[in-house]
Design a protein around this ligand. Sequence first.
Ligand SMILES: [Zn+2]
Length: 376
Amino acid sequence: MSTRFSFSLQATDGRARSGVISTPRGEIRTPAFMPVGTAATVKAMMPESVAATGADILLGNTYHLMLRPTAERIARLGGLHQFMNWQKPILTDSGGFQVMSLAELRKLTEEGVTFRSHVDGSKHKLTPERSMEIQKLLGSDIVMCFDECPALPADHTRIAESMRLSMRWAQRSRDAFGDRQGHALFGIQQGGDVEELRAESAEALKGIEFDGYAIGGLAVGEGQEIMFQVLDYAPGQLPVDKPRYLMGVGKPDDIVGAVKRGVDMMDCVLPSRSGRTGQAWTRRGQVNLKNARHADDPRPLDEQCTCPTCRHYSRAYLHHVYRAGEMISGMLLTWHNLHYFQELMQGMRDAIAAGRFDAWEEDFHATRDQGDIERL
Ligand SMILES: [Zn+2]
């Protein structure tokens, strides 16, 4: 197994790409979807079940873990992989985005962000240097630069100032990260929905040099149309020979549109969060298991799906356990949803390798447009 972090681009079809990221903890097939394990768990799933869905890598959240149980405690207990029993690669975010969305009494300065914990009100400070230290304590395989971004829409001045601050923080993150063989540091492109600011950000990051490049500041309220407009140029501003990671995306059609535009990696809480609220994602779109139409339906969620939920349980059962507030409801729906998202990625990887992404995409949309199966 490789002792270094590397990316090998294996096929392209239009702007869509497939490849493999090699790390000492295993290979990540791209395009990759990363389930989110916020608090050292993908909620309602055992780690081996997450792996069984086809996930090669998980995302962990610096902000949550630094507050509870703390990065120092996780380091004493052998690091995040050992702590949560997940031996494959882990990517951690920098904490910057979540501080801005979750913490209380935030104060942003050139040095970093001070804030109060949403858990217990305790006071904390995150800087590029501290974020690198925390992600090292966690033992993260892919470390993200500390950054900051506005919600969209935002005015040009706000987007530009925020992007330039994030680029200064990217240099400080690079300096603090140092040289850690087998671990990668990704820079994060900012610039909102302004093409020239995205270009300026990409140039700044390329000047610093990173192992991979994220497209940040999207999926922050701008909607799919604007996101796709940005993705029509943003991936092309980044190096062709490094992985490109679109943060916080998304719904299945967002994911397909992003891959089509040259994105290699994504993460989102959607499949797991939806699973806990009675929502399933299938080839034929979204299915709400709360709905009474499922109460007597002996059919599986998706007859073609090979996940344990679809092989062993009926819609009627899924409806019942959701209504009864049983824990297995979140477990079964999360498993199916994660399986579906991974199957989607595999379908795209195969289609790109075979040079038939357009036909695959057409079929993806046509199947979804049929909507859920007819009621009995
Ligand atoms: Zn299924």
